[in-house]
Design a protein around this ligand. Sequence first.
Ligand code: ADP
Ligand code: MG
Length: 728
Amino acid sequence: MNLGDKIESHFRIDINQKKALAKLGIHEVRDLLYYFPSRYTDISEFRYINTLKDGEQATIVGIISNLQTKKGFKSKIPMGQATITDLTGKLNIIWFHQPYLAKMLKEGSTVRVTGKVSENKTYGLTLTNPEINKEDILPIDLHDSLFQKKEGVEQFGYPVYPESRGVTSKWMYHAINKILKSDCVNNIQDYLDKEILNKYKLPSLHTALVWIHSPQKKEHAEIARKRFAFEEVFFIQLARQQERKKYEELYSYKLIVKDSDIKDFVSRFPFKPTTSQSSTIHTILEDLKKDKPMSRLVEGDVGSGKTFVAATIAYAVIKNRPVGQSFGNLQVAYMAPTEVLATQLFENFTQYFEHTGISIALITSSGCRKFPSKSGGWKDGQQIKTWTPIAKNQLLKWIKNGEIPIVIGTHSLISKSIEFEDLGLVIIDEQHRFGTNQRMKLAKKEGHSPHYLSMTATPIPRTLALTIYGDLDLSIIDQMPLGRKTVITEIVSENKRLEAYEKIKKELESGRQLYVICPKIDETTDDEDKIKLDVKSVTSEAKRLQKEVFQNYRIDIMHSKMTKQKKELVMKEFAEHKIDILVSTSVIEVGVNIPNSTVIIIEGAERFGLAQLHQLRGRVIRSNYQSYCYLFADAKSDKTIDRLKALTKAANGFELAELDLSLRGAGLLGGDKQWGITDIGMEALRNIKMVEAARTEAINIIQNDVELKNSPLLANTLSAKNIKLHFE
Ligand code: ADP
Ligand code: MG
């Protein structure tokens, strides 16, 4: 057997199983070997049947048989019945009132049951109402592995693998055991350096593989998982550091910016920058002085003033000729994730740059604009449009010959048709939608690398940022501008719902607008939601609110299944106050600025992470009016309330992201689906020391050997892993 062999060449599987495995990403033997249990069933404490006595509480492991459901002879109570057999004897099981438990089990399967043993007149020694869950059905056949304990082999528990239709945890257990016994695992070479393993006390690859799949002690499973968590972050870091190093080897402009220029630009604003803004600007100016391109990510809550930082840096880049260049000025490209946001940025920039005479272009698929326009200015005491619509072709010419220094648009700015004369700086809003490959494309097209500044309001914990943005330096704006009103946040229980609606109506009456966020799009339930039918959906809640609560207001909806055009249209109408109430899923754009909407309702708040709630609340933060956030939560436990209360106390989104991580674990952050990191890798994110260690080791290796020529095994493993973090 070789690790690269196809599964079907060693295991008899039918076409459906093959499909099911493929769905789990398992094609080769290696994939299966690296398919790790999500948890372990502990059977270390079980008892043999012939040692049990009346009145004892015990756990028994054995084969189940004689499954039946019936009604009690006299009592007519519905009940389930079965026999459990181990090496030493048999025992009856009765489930009063729970006949379905007998239906859930299969004849001949091995189970773990825990319950009270008692002497029953009719049935003899009996286990009554033992608890049994899905994970108590063990992936073993009693005959092959029966009670290794009896033979003196300690076994901590049995692994439970995530299943897919057609492939059971039991199947995985046996298949993986076969692989573990084969030579390809016995002779497996470790791609991690012994020194690193020793330094962080991690087990070798062979040991870790055995321990993760069949641990003899709980500690073995834990340390094996720790190794694979470290390894995953380490490989991501290797890939990121390689990209970074390659990017830095490109030619770039060295810019020494005059302090007086920055002062001039900043002093025109009607406010003083916060300390956080100033120090971020300072750090960036230091980056620009170096002759390798800057790669920096600025994280800051919505409203923390990132656009101000971006504008100041853009001005610095345009105003100052690069060192050693005697002619021409550099250009700046600023990309936003949507047209609405690009347009909003353009409007901000036209105000910020009005006094400078610097031209700004906006390019979107629904039209292009140029600022300033010849006819713009003041008329009869009113400001008239300062920009003109303009044909794209003309605009492209001006960008190409360098007449327009600032170009704002969506990501289509990097499409082939747009050529810059001399691009010095690229600014990206919401980094996670823009990958390193795209950045490299920009660099190649221009023959030199522009400096790269990325901005995000997505609050994620530091460990996650260091991992997925491992190729970027990080600045955090953790201060809000002085005197900013805070959103009044209330956690509302169901019996206060109507009261809250009355308060909201007052806001609507005085001309404000309202967001309503629901956890689901419509009533079609998927499996997970079938249990929770009471979860509000966008479509039905919109109807209900229109009919029962806000009869006099215009309501529309928004969710991810609508087309992009439709979404943008709704957003535009909401911005123009043609809609009063927008009922939406959590998709509404990050950063959309609609100052007139001052109230947000979040339904099912207990289902969201704190950082996400904070971001949603950010929708109503921009206004000069007092704004409100109502969290409707099905908060049966005090814990839920306590968690939500953090929203009324935390200083910023990053604090909340850290709190989420410590309270609810890395699973909440999205893992594979959102970032391309497996569950095991996410476990590493709870441990800043581990993430920093993986990063330091990767940086050390890449600094001296970017192509990993000295570590061929590491290089091969890295390319086989084909790390694809999700950026778009
Ligand atoms: P972000 O892009 O981080 O969401 P913006 O840059 O759009 O935030 O800033 C939000 C608002 O705050 C804007 O109206 C901006 O002019 C204003 N602002 C920015 N910095 C300051 C500051 N230091 N003091 C007061 N207001 C500020
Ligand atoms: Mg912004």
